[in-house]
Design a protein around this ligand. Sequence first.
Ligand code: NAD
Ligand code: LMR
Length: 329
Amino acid sequence: MNRKPIHIAVTGAAGQIGYSLLFRIASGAMFGPEQPVILHLIEIAPALKALNGIVMELEDCVFPLLDGVVPTADLNEGFKDVNWALLVGGVPRKAGMERKELLGINGRIFIGQGQAIQKNAASDVRILVVGNPCNTNCCIAMNNAPGVPRSRWYAMTKIDENRAKIQLAKKAGVNVAAVTNLAVWGNHSSTMYPDYFNAKIGGRPVTDVIANREWLEKDFVATVQERGTAIIEARGLSSAASAASAVVDTVRALTTPTRKGDWSSVAVCSDGSYGIEKGLVFSYPVRSDGRNHEVVQGLSLNDFSRAKIAATENELKEEKSLVAELLPK
Ligand code: NAD
Ligand code: LMR
């Protein structure tokens, strides 16, 4: 374990997701069992007392890979020299709300965070936005940090990929590991499109293994789109452990080579692939070589898929226009 530690900032570190995520990172789940980490825990001032309790618990876990902890409410200190910034902090929605209703509350947070990342972070920083609505919050932060290459910004839709995979696995009566090539397109919202036409079960098209077209078109798509809402209704709180697990999965997917022939879902800054408006933070099927990612090109999309993708793109355009004043010209 002579490796140089990776510095990871987590905002909203004293929140629900933070409470699951920090211990997974410190245990080695995100960067592997040989890689030391230093956690930069960023919170708002009123949450620093609770954050201090979490720091005590991190210490008491005696994780050999945890080389240091920096708890702070100062963005400049928090993002200083970080290699990864996991932007989780923000208010979660309550029952009856759509995620985009949080734009007015959470959107502005991402101006200062984008600026502080540009000013302080390591030159190789990569950023994953989780706080909702994560695609458009990512767009705000990215546009407020023009010095950080656009290829380093991500918003989380892995949770939706995971949700889609388990629904297909249960329906087909197989282990979830048999489900591959599951692309979630677009916005992390109720318009997202889990693309079952390109997905596979045991290497075969999903539509061959699950012959029930009506279930796939209606129940499956709606269940994935509404899973976050269903969890809020059941728990009274939004998903936390599964969200933290998806953060770990996302970073691993981007920092380890993707299995041959497969892909992973994450929202990235659109370069116009598949005709999506450039500059939207849009979820695509993505492959990684362990350092850089590329959007998988050339997937066939039928009329049904194209209509779903257009709907989620339109929602992202609308969200972006709602926050135009937060995006520097
Ligand atoms: P939470 O309320 O339990 O915790 C949020 C934390 O963020 C709080 O401790 C709060 O003090 C902190 N915070 C607020 N403003 C901040 C700021 N400006 N800087 C730093 N910290 C700040 O919420 P949670 O359940 O942990 O969820 C966090 C966010 O993640 C919510 O917006 C939620 O909707 C979102 N979320 C996204 C996904 C996804 O898949 N993208 C999944 C689950 C939750
Ligand atoms: C989720 O998908 O669980 C999160 O985005 C929280 C939410 O608001 O649904």
